[in-house]
Design a binder for this molecule. Structure first.
Ligand SMILES: [Zn+2]
Length: 451
């Protein structure tokens, strides 16, 4: 069975082929470790995690690399503000990131290289680009010479002007063109720095990924899949291609795989709007299964709109699946190929909304059919949802039809202006452990006996 994935560079869904039979290499840009991970970081790790699981079901060897950016001005800034060292900040947030991802049942990548462990390789990569004539040294900086590389813009399909706009130019006078980007920059005494042929300094962001990829797979090998959020297409991945293509004559990467952003109530997450949802907070109030299902509810290439109802819906679905799963008494291994349909759905460009629909269909027939129940448990497990794990919320069985009819009755009472009756129904629901929330145009509910 073949896997089809959308390739950003061709803008087409393509049949995936690896350069080596039975082996796949995949690299995904990992976190810059200076603060607590939010749901956007979770999606950027979870989408490749599902692809990783799918690839592992079909290929003997899957080398999945996700880097850790532990040198960055944002880390230095956080260290300065909190009166800590850069290493204290990065080590703290590496641990939190990895704990958060493990809580969400995101598998550990094969390798997680850190920038600070790769400084000699990074310097070596810059030297190769310089030697091949695609970079220049200016005022203690090393810059990539975009005018020398004729395919610049091939991934993002941007024109020259658009790229200059996109570069949010500091038209620094050490640059020949505003499009040129930094491979190496000088560090002052308060910034982390390493000895280099160009003086004490530190690498630019883009070069670290190219250098770590080439160091692991070999300069003359082509990476099979490169992933990341679609906000990284330009300039980060565009620059990675330029660097990789100018240090080696081999093609840099065959498949470019990008996930969409997470919106909160249809707005972009930002500190200034105060709508950043941190994983630590979310994990304190919800089961990992519910968060995972909610994050997979939209197709990975689409933006995911996060709202209260996203989580409530997925949490209700998980409860339903889990109650069914726990009623299973047979030996799950007595059936073959239980995951076949799930694998086939995911093989079509990682169609997780369709996968969730399939789980719901299985849940309908699972009440009467043991094989379908076993398939529900196995298929959910394939996308990292462990239905057999104990959660305090699934002990009691909820009569969903009764809840729905009570909610409808309450809506009618409200429309008729009978608020006394509406409140009475709400209190009755509350006594059953059902929390309701009136959103625009609909009432959603959640089961939480602790409240
Ligand atoms: Zn990267």
């Amino acid at each position: 069975m073949t896997i089809k994935i959308f390739n950003t560079i061709s803008k087409k869904k393509e049949i995936f082929q690896s350069t080596q039979p039975n082996s796949v290499t995949m690299y995904v840009c990992g976190p810059t470790v200076y603060s607590h991970p939010h749901i956007g970081n979770a999606r950027a790790a979870l989408v490749p995690d599902v692809l990783f699981r799918l690839l592992k079901s079909k290929y003997q060897n899957v080398l999945y690399i996700r880097n850790i950016t532990d040198v960055d001005d944002k880390i230095s800034e956080a260290a300065f503000k909190q009166n800590k060292t850069v290493y204290e900040i990065s080590n703290k947030f590496i641990k939190i990131y990895q704990d958060n991802m493990a809580s969400l049942n995101i598998l550990e990548p094969t390798l997680q290289p850190k920038v600070t462990d790769n400084m000699l390789n990074i310097i070596g990569t810059i030297e190769k680009i310089l030697m091949n004539g695609f970079a220049y040294v200016s005022d203690n900086h090393v810059l990539f010479d975009t005018n020398k590389y004729k395919n610049y813009g091939e991934l993002s399909k941007r024109t020259l002007d658009e790229m200059i706009d996109g570069a949010r130019i500091d038209i620094a006078d050490y640059k020949k063109s505003p499009r040129d980007f930094i491979l190496w920059k000088p560090s002052d005494r308060n910034q982390p720095g390493w000895e280099s042929p160009w003086g004490m300094g530190r690498p630019g962001w883009h070069i670290e990924c190219t250098s770590m990829i080439k160091n692991i797979i070999g300069d003359d090998n082509t990476l099979d899949i490169h992933g990341g959020g679609n906000d990284l297409i330009f300039p980060h991945h565009e620059n990675e291609i330029a660097q990789g293509s100018c240090m080696s004559s081999s093609k840099y990467c065959n498949f470019w795989f990008h996930n969409g952003i997470v919106l909160v109530n249809k707005k972009k997450m930002s500190k200034s709007l105060g709508n950043v949802i941190l994983l630590d907070d979310l994990l304190g109030q919800n089961t990992p299964n519910s968060i995972r299902l909610a994050l997979l509810s939209a197709h990975y290439r689409q933006p995911l709109n996060w709202s209260d109802s996203t989580l409530i819906e997925s949490s209700n679905l998980i409860k339903k699946f889990s109650i069914l799963a726990k009623s299973y008494t047979g030996d799950i291994n007595s059936y073959n190929n239980l995951e076949e349909e799930m694998i086939s759905i995911l093989s079509d460009d990682l169609n997780t909304p369709e996968a969730i629909k399939y789980l719901s269909e299985l849940a309908k027939s699972a009440k009467k059919n043991q094989r379908d129940l076993a398939a529900l448990i196995k298929s959910a497990d394939f996308i990292g949802l462990n239905l057999l794990v104990s959660t305090p919320h699934t002990k009691n069985i909820i009569d969903e039809d009764l809840v729905r009819s009570m909610i409808n009755e309450r809506v009618k009472a409200r429309v008729a202006g009978d608020f006394k009756k509406a409140d009475k129904i709400r209190d009755k629901l509350l006594s059953m452990g059902i929390l309701i929330k009136d959103l625009e145009g609909e009432t959603v509910w959640d089961y939480n006996p602790d409240n």
